[in-house]
Ligand binder design. Structure first.
Ligand code: TA6
Length: 313
């Protein structure tokens, strides 16, 4: 089974502004709607759309739980969240205007997770995740949850052989590396912070990626936004160039990439096929107005335009 774990779930309010968003001006909304947020939730949306069994878990606020559950269930996601009473799930504002220059994302911190809520999730992961399962942890930590508690949750998911796939950042990523996660997917800033160096050329990234592969991580993926990604596995590192698409909403592209990658692992795709599939799926997401929508059919068309180059050893 695949478990996606969102520790700081969010409900995205997507707002399309008529014209260019400007200060000191009454900016008119031309379209607005709600979508799921929080990152690992997106991974479950991808897997469910591709008919790959998965369970979405993590923390939600009891106050507006139904709103998020309805959004997830409408997208075919099986949910098994821990709700904390008296708290609202945070909202994210995703604002887009007619500039075509990408989204403004404004995120709330989220509610502070109580000790007993944390224990409930730890117990659930320890009971449910078994040998060969994937546990995908993606997104920020809620207030009050530190790197040690994060690592305890990872250990609960890994103790019976669950494979950890992590899309996280900062101190919690650094502390998680010691657990030899199966895969990590930092973006370029998060990766440079992790290795404590400014990196420029692909070969500089490649040598740092190889150190992590030699330290026991199976897949190291550094996403570079519109520039594509660097993917390390075994003793190889690949430079991946994405297809050119007309971007409508960039929000969630990294999450859909992770969803495509996990779908590829589940279906045992060869590495190049897996990279091509995840990259094309992510590109198809950029063409969609929502935060979590993508098109498998469009991705199929785009797969051929993905360029994959093995970097010299
Ligand atoms: O990656 C997109 C997204 O998941 C949005 O849907 C929004 O909810 C945000 O990221 C949450 O990110 P954060 O890092 O605050 O957990």
């Amino acid at each position: 089974m695949i478990y996606t774990v969102t520790l700081n779930t969010a409900i995205d309010r997507v707002i399309y502004i008529d014209g260019i968003l400007s200060r000191k001006k009454n900016n008119k909304v031309k379209r607005t709607f709600y979508d799921i947020g929080g990152k690992a939730t997106h991974v479950s949306v991808v897997l469910s759309r591709l008919r790959i069994p998965n369970i979405a878990t993590g923390f939600v606020g009891e106050k507006n739980k139904e709103k998020l559950m309805q959004l997830l269930e409408e997208k075919g996601v099986a949910c098994d969240f821990i709700a904390q009473a008296g708290c609202p799930t945070r909202e994210t504002l995703v604002i887009l205007d007619d500039s075509g220059e990408g989204s403004f994302m404004i995120t709330e911190k989220g509610f502070s997770v109580h000790g007993d809520t944390l224990e409930k999730l730890k117990r659930k992961l320890s009971e449910k995740v078994t040998e060969g399962d994937f546990a995908v942890f993606a997104g920020s930590l809620p207030p009050g949850l530190d790197g040690d508690q994060y690592r305890e949750l990872l250990q609960a998911a890994a103790e019976k052989g669950g494979k950890l796939i992590l899309d996280t950042t900062g101190a919690q990523l650094r502390s998680a590396i010691r657990l030899k996660p199966y895969a990590i997917k930092p973006n370029e800033d998060e990766f440079q912070e992790l290795v404590g160096k400014r990196l420029n050329a692909p070969d500089e990234y490649a040598s740092e990626i190889k150190k992590l592969l030699q330290a026991g991580i199976e897949y190291v993926i550094v996403t570079l936004g519109k520039k594509g990604s660097l993917v390390g596995h075994g003793d190889e590192v690949y430079r991946v160039l994405p297809p050119k698409v007309k971007e409508v909403n960039d929000t969630g592209c990294g999450d859909v990439f992770v969803g495509g990658f996990v779908a590829g692992l589940h279906q045992r795709f060869p590495l190049e096929k897996m990279i091509r599939f995840a990259t094309a799926l992510s590109a198809s997401k950029a063409e969609q107005p929502e935060s979590s929508a993508f098109s498998p059919e469009r991705a199929e068309q785009l797969e051929g335009e993905v360029v994959i180059r093995r970097l010299p050893a």
